[in-house]
Design a protein around this ligand. Structure first.
Ligand code: CTP
Length: 400
């Protein structure tokens, strides 16, 4: 593959030389673009020797005083001739320029003209990495579908410890490999309705009953399903996550709102995955005004909340129905009971209550309980991988 390797100005720029060598060794054609800042840290000649190709150093690099049209539009040609734009290290400056569409130098101009996939490996001081401006810019680039190779933690050049170190070259090379991996689109033609996150049941205008669900599992499912070619309808409770681009999102708060959004979307769905942690009970008479503090004990009266999964189970008409089961004990037995009582095709059973997986965590470990009697354990893994294992089973169960 033909890769543009953009190198921007940071201490980590020297590591890009080894990265270029590794990519060349893996059979890629590498064209290096150095920003002005990068040139302060590393010489173009280093990259020219490693890649055997001309290194681009500035927007008017090949322009002599009598600049020709071809040199002035070089960035367009470079953009068209390459399959991937990789920037390592990507400084806060480059990330900001890309996020906002600024085009003051060759690399940022190339970015705007680049039609293919983009991978960025940020490196900067930990405070810079955690600054709201950088966080927002990185989120914008992610939402655009770009791959961010998370920086590692460790000693930074400025003497502090924290996140901000350029990811190891192996990790960057793996991210490049992943981009070029042929994509499975085994869920093309499916419309998958996914519920995610907790619900909030109001007690009064400022208080509510909720639970520890972060929404990470549901959002990972949405992302994985989109990548595999499905249309994704995401009904989400309140979470701190950015929905994957391409998902059609309904944001809801209460179990009643979630129920109504699910049934409004249902006619389009071929698969429903009920990943949300819906409240089982809700306050019977939420107060219209804030309840004042008293010295006396008060009690809260609760009514059952709508059980969305059960209602879906009773109204089956052609769609596959996948439920989740959060259990603190007897995982297999309780999950199979839920499969029967809620009339599902599969239950994703989750042992909760420990520290390591389940709610709030980035990893999970589940048991897939199927209607045909099979129980398939899925080893502990990042939620994004667990999502793919769940979707593997859905692809098998789908009549399409
Ligand atoms: N669920 C739902 N509506 C509810 C409660 C749960 O749709 N009011 C769905 C969840 O989205 C999940 C499944 O039911 O897919 C199981 O949720 P869980 O909390 O494990 O089970 P419950 O039915 O609440 O049973 P219990 O609390 O007794 O384990």
């Amino acid at each position: 593959m033909r890769i543009v390797l953009g190198v921007s100005g940071g201490i980590a720029a020297y590591k890009a030389a080894e990265l270029a060598r590794q990519l060349v060794r893996n059979g890629h054609d590498i064209t290096v673009v150095l920003t002005k800042g990068a040139e302060e840290f590393i010489r173009p000649l280093t990259f020219a020797s490693l890649t055997g190709r001309k290194v681009i150093t500035d927007i008017f690099s090949s322009a002599s005083p009598d600049a020709t049209l071809s040199s002035a539009v070089e960035h367009i040609g470079v953009a068209q001739e390459h399959d991937l734009l990789l920037v390592a290290p990507a400084t806060a400056d480059v990330i900001g320029k890309f996020a906002h569409g600024l085009a003051g130098d060759f690399l940022s101009t190339l970015y705007l003209a680049f039609p293919g996939p983009v991978v960025l490996a940020p490196a900067m001081n930990n405070r810079m990495w955690e600054h709201a401006a950088v966080v927002a810019n990185v989120a914008a680039l992610r939402a655009r579908g770009h791959v961010i190779v998370e920086p590692g933690e460790g000693y930074l050049a400025c003497g502090t410890i924290g996140p901000g170190r350029l990811a190891e070259n192996d990790k960057i090379v793996a991210a490049v490999k992943e981009v070029f991996r042929p994509k499975v689109t085994d869920l093309a033609g499916e419309t998958i309705l996914i519920t995610a996150g907790p619900t909030r049941e109001p007690i009064d205008p400022v208080r509510y009953i909720s639970n520890r669900s972060s929404g990470k599992m549901g959002y990972a499912l949405a992302e994985a399903a989109l990548e595999r070619g499905a249309r994704v309808l995401l009904v989400s409770g309140p979470v701190n996550l950015t929905p994957p681009s391409g998902a059609e999102v309904d944001n809801v708060q209460t179990s009643q709102q979630m129920r109504d959004a699910v049934f409004a979307r249902l006619p389009d769905a071929t698969v429903v995955i009920k990943c949300a942690a819906v409240a089982d009970f809700r306050p019977s008479n939420p107060s219209a005004q804030k309840i004042k503090k008293t010295a006396a004990r008060i009690s809260l009266e609760l009514d059952p909340a709508p059980d969305i999964l059960s209602e879906l189970g009773q109204k089956r008409n052609g769609f596959l129905l996948i439920g989740f089961a959060a259990e603190t004990e007897n995982l297999r037995e309780y999950a199979r009971k839920k499969l029967e009582s809620k009339n599902c095709d599969m239950i994703v059973a989750n042992l909760v209550g420990g520290d390591e997986s389940g709610f709030e965590s980035d990893v999970n470990q589940v048991l897939l309980v199927l209607r045909n009697g099979e129980n398939i354990p899925v080893e502990k893994a990042p939620k994004r991988q667990i999502a793919d294992r769940i979707l593997d089973q859905i692809a098998k169960l789908s009549p399409r």
